[in-house]
Design a binder for this molecule. Structure first.
Ligand SMILES: Nc1ncnc2c1ncn2[C@@H]1O[C@H](COP(=O)(O)OP(=O)(O)OP(=O)(O)O)[C@@H](O)[C@H]1O
Ligand SMILES: [Mg+2]
Length: 325
């Protein structure tokens, strides 16, 4: 445990080159709004990565509305997260099910037996620590909509954080809100080590008077008033690099939105945001789902196939680079 003297030292995650990493490459797919395509994109990426030969586990963490099995063209699995949560003796990997795709396993969030969505703190930390320890090449987390604390924590624990949004104003607004919530959640988790607990409380209480409207303003204020902690805080936020996937673009103008969204994120949040992919709207998505087949199986010659493959290749490339470092 930390004590007061230890707190004065530089935080461990900043001193060490790369703090403890999960046992697998975690890809979290989130974003504030429902229906933007998180499940479609997470299932597509998991399929591509497994087809590249990587052992991949897709976890359905939308516990209230789990539907990934349908995206994979399968029925409701016998076991999943709910059984894991109900039985403290089970390991998470014991509820991973084979899928129709080689190298791809599904941990379903749906269950007929147990439908309590509210997790206790013990269940939350057990779930997170099992995800952290589970060994595969890639683990893809399909998150629920909204900014629930568990959703944010799962998103923040991944090395690859993908925010999915569509070009509609409401979706963009929700995505900004989601990113902002990630920013403050990350501060909450590290404020103790930053040695800024009391100061941050005071700043947030007086934020209007001080003129803090955006996370960027907060970074700037902390930098000016507490230079050492300010630079630690900036380091912390720079490590929070995000990926944006713009989905369901219908026009050329929609696609032009992507670079401006990225630069707003960089400026407004002081966080590095990269544009990872631009995916068009294609009726074939729901048409193939209606056939209970995934688009990648039904339409391997579609433009969407190429667009999604590009995203998966980029993730695989980063993984290789990381593993070689
Ligand atoms: N690029 C696309 N083109 C056409 N339809 C799409 C595309 N992406 C997703 N969809 C459709 O949009 C709907 C919502 O997608 P999806 O279930 O992946 O969203 P979600 O973000 O996971 O939603 P929720 O937050 O409710 O889980 C689905 O019917 C899906 O088929
Ligand atoms: Mg979903």
């Amino acid at each position: 445990m930390f004590n007061v003297t230890e707190k004065k030292h530089k935080p461990e995650y900043i001193v060490q080159r790369g703090h403890r990493e999960p046992a697998s490459r975690l890809i979290a797919v989130g974003g504030g709004k429902g229906g933007v395509g998180k499940s479609f994109i997470s299932s597509s990426l998991a399929i591509f990565l497994s087809q590249m030969g990587y052992k991949t586990v897709l976890i359905d963490l939308d516990l209230g509305g789990a539907n990934l099995h349908t995206y994979l063209g399968q029925g409701l699995p016998d076991v999943g997260i709910n059984e894991f949560l109900a039985n403290p003796d089970l390991k998470l990997e014991q509820v991973a099910q084979k899928t129709l795709f080689k190298n791809l396993f599904l941990i379903s969030g749906a269950s007929e037996n147990y439908d309590s969505v509210e997790l206790s703190n013990v269940q939350k930390s057990r779930l997170m620590s099992e995800i952290f320890k589970m060994k595969a090449d890639f683990i893809v987390l399909d998150l629920s909509a909204g900014t629930h604390a568990l959703t944010l924590d799962l998103f923040l624990m991944a090395q690859e954080k993908i925010v999915v949004m569509t070009p509609e104003p409401v979706s963009i607004e929700n995505a900004y809100r989601f990113i902002k919530s990630c920013f403050y959640r990350r501060i909450r988790r590290f404020e103790y080590q930053l040695n800024l607990q009391e100061e941050l409380k005071e700043i947030m209480r007086n934020r209007k008077r001080i003129g803090i409207r955006t996370p960027g303003d907060l970074l700037h204020y902390v930098h000016s008033n507490y230079p050492e902690a300010g630079s630690d805080l900036s380091d912390l936020m720079q490590k929070l690099s995000l990926n944006i996937v713009l989905n369901q673009g219908r026009t050329q103008n929609d696609m032009k939105l992507a670079p401006s969204i990225r630069s707003v994120c960089n400026k407004y949040f002081g966080i590095h945001c990269e544009l990872l992919g631009e995916i068009e709207y294609d009726n074939a998505v729901w048409q193939s789902l209606r056939q209970k087949k995934h688009l990648l199986v039904e339409s391997p010659h579609s433009r969407l196939y190429t667009q999604l493959m590009k995203v998966a290749r980029q993730l695989a490339k980063r993984h290789k680079r990381q593993a070689a470092a």
